[in-house]
Design a protein around this ligand. Structure first.
Ligand code: NIG
Ligand code: FE
Length: 403
């Protein structure tokens, strides 16, 4: 495997405070040595040649030398929340919403019908297209949820397809109660039986995580607890969708069960915020959702000031948030959620890594994966300052230049 020296980095964000300034560990005039798909060394550009010799990686003439031309280099984005295996889209629903209709969890069922009707090839082509689209925007680690199948075979198909492209697969059979169960009395509890029994058994071998949509119109706290506890017993780790459409007890349930992350957090009480701050559960904010549903933005500032660990993710899905752009989400978090550009960048990289319990991504330090994004700009503030502009110049994933 080639050794690469990426030098002439005007501003390097490592997210390692021992390597550089501030919580984002920033260095100027820096270089990174990549070897075997991992970061081998980080330091001042002037010291790189000596480091190569000391690490026994030389001679310098054999090294693949790359210049960042004075631009900013950041860790690859860690998008810890997506639903990118589905059929169809809901452009008409979005259009109606922009004309005043409100977002409802029930819209999920129309995507379930389109997903069930799609072939493996159609779903796979779509999925791979999203992964490429995200890579081009700097996302090098991606979590993917099932949740648009809602039958044993269909959910198994979605987690199996997702596992072709990521290790971060989440079984979300408890996304909503499907129409065939919702139409009869007691159907929701029967569906929870299916999710926690045969569906979990079929899906767990392909998944790392168990998730549930704990919300009015989806699953109650008591049903969510059953789903999460069954997943934990099957060896999956919990994460939760909660407090998206209104306040509720989902955040407290997530914390109680030791969830790595509770996602949305749009409607939080002071007690929720205090409980999050005292826990190891990450609050994952999804700016694309409030943007696309016209709900009020949650305050990232309130969470950060209370000492909560915050992540930012896209929640790419055809209903509530059809953006796949982490730079866009950073821009909204800065513009509308009270986060500084540095806090938003940290949340979109290191924060996502904490939300996925990953120590090898989201930061650049010796030993982590060499997932790097070179921007077209001298700083990362531009991610928020130039919203909607494609600012990603080059992307390395596992040390290989992929964009
Ligand atoms: O994360 N909240 C539940 N699930 C998705 C929305 C899914 C849909 O509307 O299709 C979300 O926002
Ligand atoms: Fe979601």
């Amino acid at each position: 495997m080639t050794t690469t020296l990426l030098t002439d980095i005007g501003l390097l964000v490592t997210n390692d405070p021992t390597l550089g300034t501030g919580p984002t560990g920033e260095l100027t005039d820096a270089a990174v040595i990549i070897d075997g798909g991992r970061v081998a060394w980080i330091g001042a550009a002037v010291d790189a040649a000596t480091a190569i010799a000391e690490l026994g990686l030389g001679p310098l003439s054999d090294i693949d030398k790359q210049s960042a031309g004075g631009a900013c280099v950041i860790p690859g984005f860690v998008d810890s929340h997506s639903h990118v295996v589905f059929g169809g889209d809901r452009a008409a629903e979005f259009e109606a919403r922009m004309a005043g209709r409100t977002y409802e969890a029930g819209g999920i069922r129309s995507t379930v019908a389109a997903t069930r009707a799609a072939s493996d090839e159609e779903l796979r082509a779509r999925l791979y297209g999203f992964v490429d689209e995200m890579l081009a925007q700097g996302t090098t680690t991606l979590e993917i949820k099932s949740g648009y199948g809602l039958s044993v075979e269909s959910e198994e198909r979605l987690v199996r397809l997702a596992s072709e492209v990521t290790d971060e697969v989440t079984f979300l059979g408890a996304h909503v109660v499907p129409a065939e169960f919702a139409s009869r009395e007691g159907g929701a509890d029967e569906y929870v039986e299916l999710v926690t029994g045969p569906m979990l058994e079929a899906c767990a071998p392909h998944a790392k995580w168990i998730d549930v949509f704990c919300e009015t119109g989806a699953f109650s706290v008591e049903q969510s607890r059953r789903v999460l506890e069954a997943g934990i017993t099957a060896g999956l780790k919990p994460r939760v969708h909660a407090s998206q459409l209104g306040p509720g007890d989902g955040v407290r349930l997530a914390i109680e069960l030791g969830a790595a992350s509770v996602d949305h957090c749009t409607y939080l009480s002071d007690e929720d915020v205090a409980a999050l701050a005292a826990s190891s559960t990450v609050a994952t904010l999804l700016p694309g959702v409030e943007f696309s549903t016209r709900q009020p933005y949650p305050s990232g500032r309130r969470l950060l000031d209370a000492g909560v660990t915050v992540a930012i993710a896209c929640d790419t899905n055809p209903g509530s948030s059809f953006t796949s752009s982490m730079p866009f989400c950073i821009a909204v978090a800065v513009r509308d959620m009270g986060m500084t550009p540095a806090e938003a960048l940290w949340a979109a990289t290191a924060g996502g890594a904490v939300a996925l319990e990953r120590a090898d991504v989201g930061r650049l330090m010796p030993g982590t994966r060499a997932d790097l994004v070179q921007l077209k700009t001298p700083g990362y503030v531009h991610l928020a300052y130039r919203p909607g502009v494609p600012l990603v110049q080059r992307v390395w994933k596992d040390g290989t230049l992929v964009v």
